[in-house]
Design a protein around this ligand. Structure first.
Ligand SMILES: [Zn+2]
Length: 334
C-alpha cells in the first residue's frame, strides 16, 4: 500500500451542489439502485460520476469527497478496487459499443457480495453505447440489484436507452452550466477572456468541450472554415469543393463547432469577434427556420459519426452542405 495520498477526483465547480445532494441521499439511504445522469457532452459528467463513486466507496469521506487516504481510495486510484466496475467500449479493439459480454460480467459482479463490506458500484459510459442485447442483459440486475448495489449510467443521449431500462432507473438530466460560471472557469484555464468566450460559443456552452477545442489545430482559422460554409450558401463555392476543404480536418470537432455557431446565430449571440463578419453573412442567407433545421441536421450527423454505424464523412458533409443551400430533395436521396 502506497504511503502517499491517492489522487481524488474533484467535480467541476458547477456540479458541487449536485454532488453534495447525491452524497446526502446516500447518507440518508435514499439513493436509488440505478441512476441515469444525462446531459450534453463536455459538461463534466464523468468527473462528477467519478467523484461520486469514489466518495461512495471511501471509508471516511470528507466534505462530500473521497479522503484519498483510506484503503478504498488507494485501491480505486490503482484501478483495482474489487467493488468497483467500469464499463466502457473497448478502446484497444476500437469498439464504439459496450458489448453484451461486458454486461454479463457486470451481472456476475453484482451477484456477489461486496468484498469491503460496503457498496458495489458500477459506472457505465456512454450507457447508450449498449446495443439492445446488452441493455436487455442489464435488466435482470436493474430488477434485482442486490443489497448495496449502485449503477451509474452516464449518457449524452438518453433517448437511445430502452424504455425498460430507463423506467428501472432514477433519471437526472443535466444542462450546460450558466454562462458566467462557465466563462469564468474557462478564462481561468485559458488565461484569455475573449478566447474563452469564442471557445464556449463554439462548444455550445459546454466548458470541457470548449477546452478540447482549444487544442484543435483549425480553431485559429475558424473564420476561414465557417467562410467556406457560407461561400456555399452564397453560391460562390461548389458543394464538393467546400466539402473537400472542410474534410481536411477531423469531422467531429468541426461539426460540434458548427452546431455551436448555428445555435449562437439563432440566439442572435455575438460571442466571437473573429467570426463576426462571417456570422453576419450567415444570418443574411439563412432564415431562423432554416438555421434551426440545419442545426438539427448537424446534430444528427454528429450522433451518426459517434455511433457504430460508421457513416462516410464525405457523404455526411456534402449532405449537410446541400441541405444548407436548400437542395432538400437531392439531400434526401443520400
Ligand atoms: Zn477514502
Amino acid at each position: 500500500m502506497s504511503a502517499g495520498r491517492a489522487t481524488v477526483q474533484v467535480p467541476c465547480i458547477w456540479h458541487r451542489d449536485l454532488l453534495a445532494e447525491l452524497m446526502q441521499q446516500a447518507v440518508d439511504q435514499r439513493l436509488p439502485h440505478a441512476l441515469v445522469l444525462s446531459g450534453p457532452a463536455g459538461i463534466g459528467k464523468q468527473r462528477l460520476a467519478r467523484a461520486f463513486l469514489e466518495a461512495l466507496l471511501c471509508q471516511q469521506p470528507q466534505g462530500g469527497l473521497a479522503c484519498g487516504d483510506c484503503q478504498s481510495c488507494h485501491l480505486v486510484a490503482a484501478g483495482s478496487h474489487p467493488d468497483m466496475a467500469l464499463l466502457v467500449p473497448n478502446e484497444e479493439k476500437k469498439s464504439k459499443v459496450i458489448k453484451v459480454d461486458q454486461v454479463r460480467d457486470l451481472v456476475d459482479f453484482f451477484s456477489k457480495t461486496a468484498q469491503y463490506g460496503g457498496r458495489r458500484v458500477a459506472l457505465l459510459w456512454p450507457a447508450e453505447s449498449m446495443n439492445r442485447n446488452a441493455q436487455n442483459a442489464l435488466l435482470k440486475t436493474l430488477e434485482e440489484p442486490g443489497s448495496g448495489a449502485f449503477l451509474l449510467l452516464l449518457c449524452d443521449q438518453p433517448s437511445r436507452l430502452l424504455p425498460t431500462v430507463r423506467s428501472r432507473c432514477q433519471q437526472r438530466q443535466l444542462g450546460v452550466p450558466d454562462q458566467p460560471t462557465a466563462q469564468a472557469w474557462l478564462a481561468e484555464q485559458t488565461g484569455d477572456e475573449s478566447q474563452a468566450r469564442a471557445l464556449l460559443a463554439a462548444a455550445g456552452g459546454a466548458p470541457l468541450k470548449a477546452l478540447q477545442l482549444e487544442q484543435v489545430e483549425w480553431f485559429a482559422q475558424r473564420d476561414t472554415l465557417l467562410g467556406q460554409f457560407v461561400a456555399v450558401l452564397e453560391g460562390r463555392t461548389p458543394v464538393s469543393i467546400a466539402a473537400q476543404t472542410l474534410l481536411k480536418h477531423e469531422p467531429l470537432p468541426l461539426l460540434e463547432a458548427l452546431h455551436g455557431w448555428l445555435a449562437a446565430a439563432l440566439r442572435g449571440q455575438q460571442a466571437d469577434d473573429k467570426l463576426a463578419p462571417v456570422m453576419n453573412r450567415l444570418r443574411q442567407r439563412l432564415s431562423d427556420r432554416r438555421l434551426l433545421q440545419l442545426a438539427a441536421e448537424v446534430q444528427r450527423a454528429r450522433q451518426l459519426l459517434q455511433s457504430s454505424a460508421n457513416p462516410n464523412p464525405a457523404l455526411l458533409m456534402e449532405r449537410l452542405l446541400l441541405l444548407a443551400v436548400g437542395v432538400d430533395a437531392m439531400a434526401a436521396a443520400f
